[in-house]
Design a protein around this ligand. Structure first.
Ligand SMILES: [Zn+2]
Length: 159
């Protein structure tokens, strides 16, 4: 009776930005055809493939401190994300977040969540590695102690 279908995913409007010399964004170089093929490719993927796609297309970078003194207070060192999409010939085009999200027809917060999770994972991995090193260090300490004791015992036996 109630035939409620999920609204079909559709490509969203492109951003309003026009690439200029100053900006590093090249949104306007990413044509409608480019967008359509990325969109198709993306929606053929499984959920986990989509996640991987997002994290590989987005690069995180630490921003330089601003040289503008007036701006200095507002611009602290933060992590920024660089979004890029690939043309059919594999050229990477740096685009804004809006074009990125709208081309894939996903919400910006979906991307945010994904990137946050990714950041957490890498931090956890880093911590795990540090813990592992701690354990290994402890282990070497224990081994050293053991071998010292062993040597002492041997000496005792010898005399
Ligand atoms: Zn744009």
């Amino acid at each position: 009776m109630y035939n409620i279908e999920k609204p079909q995913k559709a490509i969203q409007d492109r951003c309003k930005y026009v690439s200029n010399e100053k900006s590093k964004l090249r949104c306007s170089q990413f044509t409608e055809d480019d967008r359509k093929s990325v969109f198709k490719q993306f929606w053929k993927m499984s959920w986990s493939e989509k996640q991987v796609f997002i994290t590989t297309q987005v690069e995180s970078k630490h921003t330089e401190r601003s040289r503008n003194r007036r701006k200095e207070e507002t611009s602290r060192r933060t992590c920024i994300y660089i979004f890029s999409l690939k043309k059919a010939d594999r050229t990477k085009i740096r685009v804004c977040k809006t074009l990125f999200a709208n081309t894939l027809a996903i919400k910006q917060w979906t991307i945010n969540n994904r990137l946050k999770q990714n950041l957490n994972i890498s931090q956890q991995e880093k911590k795990k590695k540090e813990d592992q090193t701690d354990i290994e260090n402890n282990q070497t300490e224990i081994n050293k102690k053991k071998s010292r004791e062993l040597r002492r015992n041997r000496l005792k036996e010898f005399f």
